[in-house]
Structures are given as C-alpha cells and as structure tokens.
Design a protein around this ligand. Structure first.
Ligand SMILES: Cc1cc2nc3c(=O)[nH]c(=O)nc-3n(C[C@H](O)[C@H](O)[C@H](O)COP(=O)(O)OP(=O)(O)OC[C@H]3O[C@@H](n4cnc5c(N)ncnc54)[C@H](O)[C@@H]3O)c2cc1C
Ligand code: SF4
Ligand code: SF4
Length: 431
C-alpha cells in the first residue's frame, strides 16, 4: 500500500497552487486520488491523463450524448427547476444537496456520505470528510469554492468497511470515481454532482475576493449569477453586485494567474457522469427565491429525485434570448483579447447584458459553450500535445456551429484530424 501524504487535509487546502501541486503532472486539480492509497490508479482514473468521459457514458447509458442540449448539459432523462420547501439558510442555494445526503443516511440507504466541510478558522477552505450522521451532512452546507481533495476520503471508506456510500463532488472527482467504482467493493454508490468551473486554491480565492469586493473579509456567500454580475453577500446581510465586465482580472495576473491549468483544461462543467447534478446555472432568477436546477441522469439519479421530491417545490423552466451571436463574437475575443474598456463603456455593456442578454436555460447554454471554447483554446495554446487525451469528442460536436469563425480567426480547423473511426485520434496514455 502507498503511504498517505505527509500533510493532513486541513493543511493541504490552505497551500498555494505552487506548493500544493508540486510534483504532480502538469494538469492536476488535486481531486484526492494522488494524496492517498489510490495513487497507483492515477493513470486510469485521472481525467487529465486520459479523459474517459465518453467511455463511461457508454457504460452508464449505453450511448454517448445526443445532438442538442445533451452536448452541453450531459446525458439526462429529465431537467427540473426546484427548491426546498423549507430552505436551509446556511446552504449555498436552498440546500437540496445536503438535504439529499442527510435523507440517504436517515433512511439507512447509505452508511456514509463523502461531503466537504470547512477548515476550522476559515470560511472558505474545503475540508472533505466522511459524514456518518444526517447532522454532519447538513453542517457541510454551503460552497467552499476551492479545490477539494475529496477522493482521499475513500481511504477511510475502505478502511471502515462501509459498502453503501454517497459522494458529493465535482466533475473531475466523479470521473476518477467512475473509473474506480467497480473495484471499490461497494454494494451501492450514489453520486450527487455539483457543477463546477474555474475553481481555484484557497490563497487565490482570497486574492480574488480582495480584488472584487470592497470588503472581502465580510463576504459570507458569493456566486457568479445569471444576471451577468457576481453577487457577494456580506455578514450584515447587504448584497454587493459587481458586473462581470467590471472584474479586473488583470490585477490577478489574468485567468491563467488565478485558475489552475487543470481547471482551464476541464470540459465537464455540468458533471456529466453523476447520477444527478444539482446547480443553479439554468434556474430562473431572482436569487432570493433560491431556485436550483436538477439534471437527472441515471436510474439511481431518478431514485434520488423521488426520495427528495416530497420536500421540493417544483418551478418552471424558462429561457429567452439567443446566445449564438454572442458566442460567435467571443471566438474573436479569444483570438484578440481586448483591454478592459473605460468605465462608461462598461456601464453600457453591463446594462445591455442585463436588458437584452440571454436568460434561463439559454444563458446556461451560452456560458457552457464559452467555457468549452476558452478551455479548448487554452489547451491548444499551453498543452497542445495533450489535446487528444484531455478533450472529449462532444466538445467538437457542441462547438460545430462556430467552426467557421474559429477557422477564420485561428487559421486552423476546430476539429483535430480524424482517426480511423472518424473520432479524433488518441495518443497513448502518459505515465
Ligand atoms: C467550486 C464550486 C463551483 C461551482 N460552480 C457552479 C457553477 O458554475 N454553476 C452552477 O450551477 N453551480 C455551481 N456550483 C454548485 C452550486 O453553487 C451549489 O453548490 C449547488 O447548486 C448546490 O446547492 P445547495 O444549496 O443544494 O447545496 P448545499 O446544500 O449548500 O450543499 C453544498 C454541498 O457542496 C459540497 N461542497 C462544497 N464545497 C465543495 C468543494 N469545493 N468541492 C466539492 N464539494 C463541495 C458540500 O459537501 C455540500 O454538500 C459550484 C459549486 C462549487 C463547490
Ligand atoms: S487530478 Fe487527481 S488523479 Fe489527477 S493527478 Fe491530480 S490528484 Fe492525481
Ligand atoms: S473546474 Fe473542472 S477540474 Fe477544476 S475543480 Fe472544477 S471540475 Fe475539477
């Protein structure tokens, strides 16, 4: 057996990117596999060694993504807009995720839930742990928006002999878990996925808050919202709103200065391999109403939905606007990044985005497409030799409608050359 990392988890999540990812492959989101006994599985479990997303889709669903929304949201049987009838005020939104984890324990369906709490003395540093009681899961409510080595907790699961567990986590973690699920000796595994993009380390999150907020120390909740603004709620309850166009990313050293290379090479915003994904991106506003959206993917995801359903109020899906013009224009902005415009121009752009911009599910489509594009450009620019291993085929299918603009701007086709099967050819796995 491999020895565990020298540092305990509550110290690891406080480290800077450089310290934390030292000795790891170029792309690593510190999902937790390499800090523990499962490290030898990294070549087959790590999404950044070989993205096996489409292989796992076929195992889970017997097929890959259909054209249309599945290319962006992942394979799903149903989408619901929902919120807890009695929201948990400590939760990130209405608390569906932690309520579900607690219910699974209350009903004896699972014996443990891998969740993410907070490092004592901090508000945001993640501390993954194995919850054994409903109260422990509920106490993990709220995002800790930093990389969490959650899969390291599998060592404790294996040592304790538990055979029925639930896992709450992000797409890169779920990929590794799907790779290993058949060899973990579990009778039952429920995977509750949260969407995730542009994650970072704790010191970089603090830098971000320092740049964005007038009072970073008093922020208790923040989220990138569907009204094109970051909402930051403070200890005294007041809400600070910062337009996306006003974010001074250059002060953080640009996106590459704040987000790890792994998160810029990630193509699974919606956690497509979970049993069900619970987020907010495609839900209607206003945020005070705490609507969330749930994507039911597998039979087990439907089972989870039925379990929580009596406690949910269901809402209505909505969408408006047309993302396509903006997404096509975004390709040019990736090729020729613009300087931050002067304040009056930013004010006008922010107003236009709110008044005329996309809403609801169409907003979610546009955001996901832009992240796919940005990350494809990043991989080609910074890790070109890894493209065939880390970019899944659905990315090229999803972005087909901007292929002409991409080719004009970047002077190369959107799709890599086809392999014998018509799919992008793959290189061998790196050790
Ligand atoms: C880093 C991060 C980025 C996100 N980005 C988006 C996004 O762009 N779009 C979107 O729709 N949703 C995003 N989410 C999910 C969303 O913000 C809510 O977490 C989700 O909707 C659940 O809300 P809730 O009220 O049901 O959760 P709660 O009941 O409050 O439960 C939150 C759960 O999240 C888990 N958790 C907290 N921090 C982490 C972490 N760092 N890693 C793994 N698990 C964690 C906890 O274990 C807890 O169980 C993100 C979440 C995280 C952690
Ligand atoms: S992402 Fe996970 S599996 Fe991949 S190198 Fe990092 S810790 Fe290891
Ligand atoms: S952005 Fe992707 S790689 Fe980074 S933590 Fe989230 S799911 Fe993992």
């Amino acid at each position: 057996m491999m020895t565990k990392t020298a540092r305990p988890l509550h110290e690891i999540t406080l480290l800077s990117q450089a310290e934390r990812l030292k000795g790891r492959p170029k792309l690593c989101s510190d999902c937790g596999i390499c800090g523990g006994e499962l490290r030898p599985t990294m070549p087959r479990s790590c999404v950044f060694v070989q993205n096996r997303h489409e292989e796992f889709e076929r195992r889970l669903h017997g097929r890959n993504r259909a054209d249309g929304d599945e290319l962006l949201f992942g394979i799903h049987r149903a989408i619901h807009v929902a919120r807890m009838r009695q929201p948990n005020p400590e939760a990130q939104w209405s608390g569906i995720v932690t309520s579900l984890g607690a219910l699974l324990l209350e009903r004896g369906i699972v014996q443990g839930v891998i969740a993410t709490g907070t490092v004592p003395g901090t508000r945001w540093a993640p501390l993954p742990f194995l919850a054994r009681t409903p109260a422990e899961v509920r106490a993990s409510a709220g995002n800790k928006p930093c990389l969490s080595p959650s899969l390291e907790v599998l060592d404790e699961v294996r040592a304790s002999g538990l055979t029925r567990i639930a896992f709450i986590g992000t797409g890169c973690q779920v990929h590794a878990l799907r790779a290993l699920e058949e060899e973990l000796g579990l009778e039952r595994l429920y995977i509750i996925g949260i969407p995730c993009t542009d994650n970072t380390t704790y010191p970089d999150l603090m830098r971000f808050l320092g740049v964005v907020s007038k009072s970073p120390q008093t922020v208790v909740h923040h989220e990138f919202m569907q009204d094109f603004r970051v909402h930051l709620r403070h200890e005294d309850g007041h809400l600070e709103r910062v337009n996306y166009v006003d974010l001074d990313v250059e002060r953080l050293g640009g996106e590459r200065g704040v987000f790890p290379a792994a998160c810029l090479s990630c193509f699974d915003y919606q956690n497509g391999l979970s049993d069900l994904t619970i987020g907010y991106l495609g839900a209607p506003l206003p945020p005070e109403e705490r609507w969330q959206w749930m994507l039911l993917r597998t039979a087990r995801g439907e089972e989870l939905f039925e379990l929580i359903r009596p406690y949910l109020e269901l809402g209505t899906r909505s969408e408006s606007g047309n993302r396509r013009v903006g997404v096509r224009a975004y390709v040019g902005m990736l090729r020729r990044p613009r300087k931050r415009p002067p304040a009056p121009v930013r004010k006008f752009v922010a107003w236009m985005q709110r008044a005329k911009g996309t809403k609801g599910i169409e907003f979610a489509r546009g955001v996901i497409e832009m992240k796919l594009l940005r990350n494809l450009v990043y991989v080609r620019d910074a890790h070109a030799r890894m493209e065939r291993r880390v970019v899944p085929g659905y990315v090229y299918r999803a972005l087909e409608y901007v292929a002409d603009v991409y080719e004009t701007e970047f002077g190369r086709p959107l799709r890599p050359e086809a392999g014998p099967s018509g799919a992008p050819a793959r290189r061998s796995v790196q050790s």
